[in-house]
Design a protein around this ligand. Structure first.
Ligand code: PEP
Ligand code: MG
Length: 924
């Protein structure tokens, strides 16, 4: 054996349990569990480095000497088990399993019962005295090996199995006799030969070599590649898969044998109680694949009390050692418990939060660890919808509550159709399947939720849906799915593709039709956890909120103020828009002032409402920002309306002439009356007046037209050309604050000016503020506390930060515009034009409108912070662009020395946790 190959193959007793990159998660854990003294079947790991060497080799050859090392390891396993690989008298059988550094459930391949051939099978039957067991193992092996290693489609095997079942009148696989299974194996061997043109390989070492290569190849398979892309698993996180060769233990050796999967705590609720499922007399894949619906683990206590007690001990040992919730597989072979695999449990947000808080209280982990084990983005799940409890509806079926949350959508019966309707046509779809398979993954991405008629809470559908945070109801056995007819029958009724159904993954219920959903509340544990986060974070989290409802929700989520209230949203209200338009089209200062006088009390009330909801926290109000023509009607609509009015004018003129002529000819009273009433209805004077107004509006719209409105007459530019608008807003803010103060409500208004590029602009607006403040002080008999600051969202503002800091008490980075300005990418168009291609081809790693571009935009921000503080050391600095709710961008804001981030209400919990992560990671 060469020293080079020794490094590729590690016995469970010698592998480094911490080296997941080299041994994969499963392999490292098998080594660690063996070294902890847990009952793990003997075996060894072939490293991910061997996989990469194999995949890189031009002819896909295993590294030199690898199979020699494998032989040596197999001899050691033979010694430990007392069995022989290929020995017809006492055969050793192994499983060959994949496992990379990142868990990718069901994405790569596993082969069981390897080592079986006609001779070893007979030996196995003699050793166990159980022909049925032997043939069952054999046919499973032929199918799995045929599918995974030789590429024979499942359907070819399933067809044969169904025929034998039908002939034997067997409903389930367990109803088949030894002879039936012998027949199945013989048919399977013929299937393999027919598909591959070669007999099924019989030499165990040949089988092993083919299997190792198949597992290595599965790393590059479409399923695995798609999965890594979707979950952003980069080569730095996981590169290549390891191969685990493990002695087979059998859960299908009779009624004293079983197999199961369990979580040390409930992955749906976080409850500190063993949670899982098992099947008596079954092999591992039966549970995971959802072929038979398993029993809850609580039943094991009655069925096999001794085994249940041993499972409790195993659970305790796993959690104490890993200090993390474990998801493990076990097998009971004739009363002996084996642990086959463990990994950190994938849980939904509710369970992650609850286990974090409880494990800290149990002394298992520290507060810092409790915070760091939760990815901030996961918290969004806790805001997932549930069914509106006020709506009474009768479920049509009950399945297992496999992944919480509720959703409705049109039923779709295959993954491709789900992708087509869900992604391409943006419809809400529920993917309905008998059971799901890894190749359905694209359907999951496109669906609102998943419903299966078979399988348990740890079936593929359940695990994947939970990972994605999508609702899933599994094993709804009352539903019979007919994929070919694209319909499902439920009792006496049925639903077809396109019919709307609702699923509730929290209760497992299924309904016909759409049931509205409502937002859930915070759990008490989330409050505790976010309380810890606030203690650890330096960045404060504020909210972008324009209405009292938004502000209330943001406050409930823990926002400590409003970092951005966009006042234009207040102008867009249906009742106000006519007044806003009146203000814009005004031809004289007097008429403009008249419109503004109507707006003032409305704005004052808007601000007062926000102050009251947020008191005593700061509320930052941004003066009007968008190009003013955005409030005016569309030019083309106006043109069409004018054409119509002109036609009407001609018609009414014609009517008048006609009415006169008719009067001359006949003067019959009734005709005259008809014409008169028509004339009144379409009074030419009214039509002319309407035309004049529309023409004036069109002139205004054309006068305000800009080729590049986002770079045009907006923000402070508007405030300078129409000072009355900013003055009205400033007055409304200060008067609202004065009213609140008078009413005993503590308020901290902050006035911020958008789109500033020079200190002169700020100085001018500040002069308005000072004058109005003096007037308000006089009127209300007391001064108002306020802060005055600027948005930093154009490049020049960053470059002139020192002089801006002389005028401003705070800077607020508007990174939406700053990103646009830095890249010269239109924020309106880039994302649906060239950006996707830039991201796909790797020209840009991320979408800079989503993930702050630290290297460019971030650099400008850093300069602005440093230069601003060089003039004003206590300059308060925050961010209010969309990046303010994005965890990686928040980490940058922490490093850059910002004081706060401001984001939309539902992102506030995410931002609070991300702010804590930023502080904790920076301190490490
Ligand atoms: C920004 O530009 O980042 C910002 C917050 O302002 P708006 O998105 O309203 O332009
Ligand atoms: Mg902006």
């Amino acid at each position: 054996m060469s020293s080079q190959t020794t490094n590729h193959v590690f016995a469970f007793e010698e592998g480094d349990g911490k080296d997941k990159r080299l041994l994969g998660g499963k392999g490292a854990n098998l080594c660690e569990m063996t070294q902890m003294g847990l009952n793990v079947p003997p075996g060894f790991v072939i490293s991910t480095a061997a996989c990469l060497e194999y995949l890189d080799s031009p002819e896909r050859a295993l590294p030199a000497g690898l199979m020699d090392a494998v032989h040596a390891q197999m001899r050691a396993v033979e010694k430990k088990t007392g069995k022989g690989f290929g020995d017809p008298d006492n055969p050793l059988l192994v499983s060959v399993r994949s496992g990379s550094a990142m868990s990718m459930p069901g994405m790569m391949d596993t082969i069981l019962n390897l080592g079986l051939n006609e001779e070893t099978l007979q030996g196995e039957i003699r050793a166990t005295g159980d022909a049925r067991f032997g043939y069952d193992a054999y046919r499973r092996f032929i199918q799995l090996f045929g599918k995974v290693a030789l590429g024979v489609p499942d359907a070819a095997f399933d067809h044969e199995l169904d025929e034998v079942k039908e002939a034997a009148h067997a409903k389930q696989d367990v109803d088949l006799s030894a002879n039936d299974l012998k027949e199945v194996s013989e048919r399977f061997l013929r299937v393999v030969e027919a598909h591959t043109g070669h007999p099924f390989p019989t030499d165990p070492y040949r089988q092993l070599e083919i299997a190792i290569k198949a597992v290595f190849n599965s790393w590059g398979g479409k399923r695995a590649v798609d999965y890594r892309k979707q979950f952003h698993i980069t080569p730095e996180m996981a590169n290549g898969t390891a191969v685990n060769v493990v002695t087979m233990v059998f859960g299908n050796r009779g009624d004293d044998s079983a197999t199961g999967v369990a979580f040390t705590r409930n992955p749906g609720s976080g409850e500190n109680k063993l949670y899982g499922e098992y099947l008596v007399n079954a092999q591992g894949e039966d549970v995971v694949a959802g072929i038979r619906t398993p029993k809850p683990i609580s039943r094991l206590r009655a069925e096999m009390p001794e085994m249940a007690a041993q499972l409790d001990i195993l659970r305790e040992k796993l959690e104490t050692h890993y200090r993390e919730v474990q998801d493990f597989e076990f097998t009971i072979e004739r009363g002996q418990l084996f642990c086959l695999q463990t990994r950190n449990g994938k849980m939904n947000a509710v369970a992650m939060v609850r286990t974090s808080v409880e494990m800290e209280r149990e002394g298992l982990i520290s507060k810092e660890e409790a915070l760091l084990r939760i990815q901030p983005d996961l918290l969004e799940q806790m805001l997932f919808p549930r069914l509106d409890p006020t709506v009474k509806a009768e479920p049509v079926a009950q399945g297992l509550p496999a992944s919480p949350g509720a959703a409705f959508g049109i039923a779709v019966f295959d993954a491709d159709r789900a992708e087509q309707l869900g992604h391409e046509l943006s419809q809400k779809v529920i993917l309905v399947r008998e059971e799901t398979k890894p190749e359905d993954i694209h359907g999951f991405f496109a669906a609102e939720g998943i419903l299966t008629s078979r399988g348990g809470k740890t079936s593929h559908a359940a695990v994947v849906a939970r990972g994605m945070g999508k609702p899933c109801v599994a094993g709804a056995e009352g539903i019979s799915v007919d994929v070919n007819r694209r319909e499902a029958r439920v009792g006496l009724t049925s639903f077809k593709e396109g019919d709307v159904i609702t699923i509730d993954g929290t209760s497992g219920k299924v309904y016909l039709g759409a049931i509205p959903t409502v937002e859930p509340d915070f759990t008490p544990e989330l409050d505790v956890l976010l309380g810890w986060a606030d203690e650890m974070a330096r960045l404060k989290v504020m909210a972008n909120a324009d209405t009292p409802e938004d502000a209330r929700r943001a406050r409930k989520y823990g926002a400590v103020g409003i970092g951005l209230a966009r006042t234009e949203r207040m102008f867009n209200d249906v009742q106000r828009l006519p007044i806003v338009i009146e203000m814009i089209v005004a031809e004289t200062p007097e008429t403009r002032q008249a419109a503004l006088d109507k707006l003032l009390p409305l704005q004052r009330k808007d601000f007062r409402d926000l102050f009251e909801v947020m008191a005593p926290n700061p509320v930052t109000i941004r003066l009007l920002d968008p190009p003013i023509h955005e409030f005016l009607p569309d030019e083309h609509v106006l043109e069409r309306e004018l054409t119509d009015l002109r036609v009407l004018a001609r018609t009414t003129r014609g009517m008048t002439v006609l009415a006169g002529a008719m009067g001359l000819l006949h003067s019959p009273d009734n005709v005259r009356q008809d014409v008169e009433s028509l004339r009144r209805m379409v009074d030419p004077a009214i039509v002319e007046e309407a035309i004049a107004k529309k023409e004036a509006m069109l002139r205004k719209v054309r006068a305000l037209y800009e080729t590049n409105p986002m770079l045009g007459h907006r923000g402070v530019r508007l405030g300078i050309t129409f000072p009355e608008i900013y003055q009205m807003q400033i007055r409304a803010i200060l008067e609202a604050a004065a009213e609140c103060t008078k009413a005993g409500i503590e308020v901290h208004p902050q006035i911020k000016v958008p789109q500033v590029c020079t200190a002169q602009e700020l100085r001018l607006v500040k002069s308005f503020v000072d004058t109005i403040h003096d007037e308000v002080t006089e009127t209300y008999g007391q001064p108002v506390n306020f802060k005055f600051g600027t948005m930093i969202e154009v490049v020049r503002a960053c470059m002139r930060a020192e002089s801006l800091a002389e005028e401003a008490e705070f800077f607020s980075f508007g990174t939406n515009d700053l990103t646009q300005a830095t890249f010269s990418f239109s924020r309106e168009d880039a994302e649906n034009k060239f950006l996707p291609l830039y991201n796909q081809s790797g020209i840009l790693q991320d979408n800079p409108f989503e993930v702050l571009d630290v290297k460019g935009v971030g650099k400008l921000m850093q300069l602005a912070v440093d230069w601003g503080r060089s003039v004003k050391p206590n300059l308060h600095v925050g961010i209010c662009g969309e990046h303010g709710g994005h965890p990686a961008s928040i980490a940058f804001c922490h490093q850059a020395g910002l004081d706060y981030v401001s984001c939309s209400g539902p992102r506030v919990p995410v931002a609070r946790l991300a702010a804590a992560h930023a502080a904790l990671n920076a301190a490490r």
